[in-house]
Each structure stands twice: as structure tokens, then as C-alpha cells.
Ligand binder design. Structure first.
Ligand SMILES: [Cu+2]
Length: 280
């Protein structure tokens, strides 16, 4: 019975036997066997080199008012990364009501990975425009539109951004496709969420003679940054209820176990536990 010779040992034997009986012929059997080998290799790689292959996890930002831009607001943002898909949840308040607010994830490999301060006000006008913030937070890498394209090209797609009804934004969007490089940058803890749109003259709309540094057809109020927060790997103090060490202890234990891979695998669970605790 030469055909029996290709039957592999062990647990898969039953399945293999079924497959062999189902698909008569050497060619199909060879293909099936090769597929089995490929799966085995993939599984080995996934467990052996997890963090390098599987870019998954969550980052979180506390959004704070940009210095000099007259916004009395705040917010939070959470970005869940699964491979090359992002799910972004964002909540903010204190924004100019009922006007479109461009919002982005910014990143620059040579940026400072922080939110700008008045020391970045290179034209010394007392406000920070979007360009003046770039040395701090980098360029747009994802546009947080409500529909359609989410690439940097949609950075000023004002008709597709949230209009902050009552000054509040409550945003959630999943399946935001990014490159693996952007996914990695977002997970690095060095990207930032920026919500734009301010009202220097308090007239309830985007107005004034100063033109936007991004699009001269718009007033600078429409595009100057309002809120900003760096997407950290762990929630900042503000999210922590102070109950202390359980989540941190869990992290430490995982690190002690030697596990970048283990930590990455457990990451989403740890974050979920923290969120639950923070809300409690
Ligand atoms: Cu932006």
C-alpha cells in the first residue's frame, strides 16, 4: 500500500485519512500535505517571533488644549491596532460648536513625539498653527474622517469630519486601513491625535483675516490645532483611579517571564482590564 506511506503521524492522522479518502489522487494529496507544512511554519513563526509579525495592541491619549489657542476643552482617544487595521474611539468637549473639526493622527520619525508649546510659536503671534506644531507631533498619517478615505490626502476634507454638535465630539470608526509602517508608528507610543479648529475672536464661527497655513482659502481658525495628546502605550495618570498595582503588576510579571511576545499577546487584555478599572 504505497499510498499509506505519505500519511503523517500523530494527531492529524484522522483528518489526513479523511482528506485522503475524500480527494483521490497523488497530486491533491501532495498539495494538502504542503499546505499542512505551510500552516505549521506559520504557527511556529507566530509563536516564536510574535511581536515582529503581529502588530497588535492599543494606545491611548489624553487630549489637552493647545497652548495659546484659547480652547477650554479636553478629550480622550483610543486607537486599537490589529495588523494594518485601526479602530479609533475619540471623545472631546469644549470645541467650537457645529463647525467641522479636522482630526488626525500625526507622526514624524524626527518629531519630538509631544504636543507643541508656545516655544514652537515661530512667528510669535501668540497662537500655534498646524505647521508650527509639526516639529512636535509630525505630519498627518491618518485622517479621522467619519466616512470615505482616511489617508493624509483627506486631511482637510471638511465635509467628512465631525462638526462637534454642542462642542462635543463622540467618534468611533473601525476598519481604518493603514500601512504596516503606520500601524507600527501608531503602536510605538510616539504618535499624536490632534483635533483642529479654534475660535480666537469668539464669534462662533471660523472667521478672521488670518489665512490657514494649510489652505489659504480657509481662515487659520479652521485649521489651527485645538486639542492634542500623545498616544501612549499605557493610560496616563489621569485615567488611573489610583487603585494601584494589579494591572501594572500583571505587566511586570509578564516582562519578568521574558516575554515581549507574551506581553504583546496579552496586551489587549491588559488594556481592557485597565479600562474597566478606570471606569469603576
Ligand atoms: Cu492634524
Amino acid at each position: 500500500m504505497p499510498r499509506e506511506e505519505v500519511t503523517p503521524p500523530g494527531k492529524v492522522r484522522g483528518l489526513w485519512g479523511w482528506l485522503s479518502r475524500s480527494f483521490k489522487g497523488e497530486k491533491m494529496r501532495t498539495t494538502t500535505r504542503l499546505a499542512g507544512v505551510a500552516c505549521g511554519t506559520a504557527a511556529l513563526l507566530a509563536f516564536g517571533a510574535g511581536p515582529a509579525l503581529a502588530a497588535s495592541g492599543s494606545v491611548h491619549a489624553n487630549l489637552k488644549a493647545i497652548e495659546g489657542n484659547g480652547v477650554d476643552g479636553s478629550g480622550t482617544a483610543m486607537v486599537k491596532v490589529s495588523g494594518t487595521q485601526l479602530t479609533v474611539t475619540m471623545a472631546a468637549m469644549g470645541l467650537l460648536a457645529d463647525q467641522p473639526h479636522a482630526a488626525h493622527i500625526h507622526y514624524g520619525s524626527d518629531a519630538r513625539h509631544e504636543c507643541p508649546t508656545l516655544s514652537d510659536d515661530s512667528d510669535d503671534n501668540g497662537h500655534l498653527n498646524t505647521s508650527e506644531g509639526v516639529p512636535a507631533y509630525g505630519e498627518i498619517v491618518v485622517s479621522l474622517t467619519k466616512s470615505g478615505d482616511t489617508s493624509p490626502k483627506s486631511g482637510l476634507a471638511v465635509d467628512r469630519f465631525d462638526t462637534a454638535k454642542g462642542g462635543k465630539i463622540s467618534y468611533e470608526r473601525g476598519s481604518i486601513k493603514v500601512s504596516s509602517a503606520v500601524a507600527k508608528d501608531v503602536l510605538s507610543g510616539e504618535a499624536a491625535v490632534v483635533i483642529h479648529g479654534v475660535d480666537y475672536n469668539d464669534d462662533g464661527k471660523y472667521s478672521g483675516d488670518a489665512k490657514s497655513d494649510l489652505d489659504p482659502s480657509l481662515p487659520t481658525e479652521a485649521t489651527d490645532p485645538a486639542l492634542c495628546g500623545v498616544l501612549n502605550k499605557a493610560p496616563e495618570g489621569g485615567m488611573d483611579t489610583g487603585s494601584g498595582g494589579a494591572a501594572g503588576g500583571q505587566n511586570n510579571a509578564l516582562i519578568a517571564l521574558g516575554g515581549g511576545a507574551l506581553l504583546a499577546a496579552a496586551g489587549s487584555g491588559v488594556i481592557a482590564a485597565r479600562r474597566t478599572r478606570a471606569r469603576a
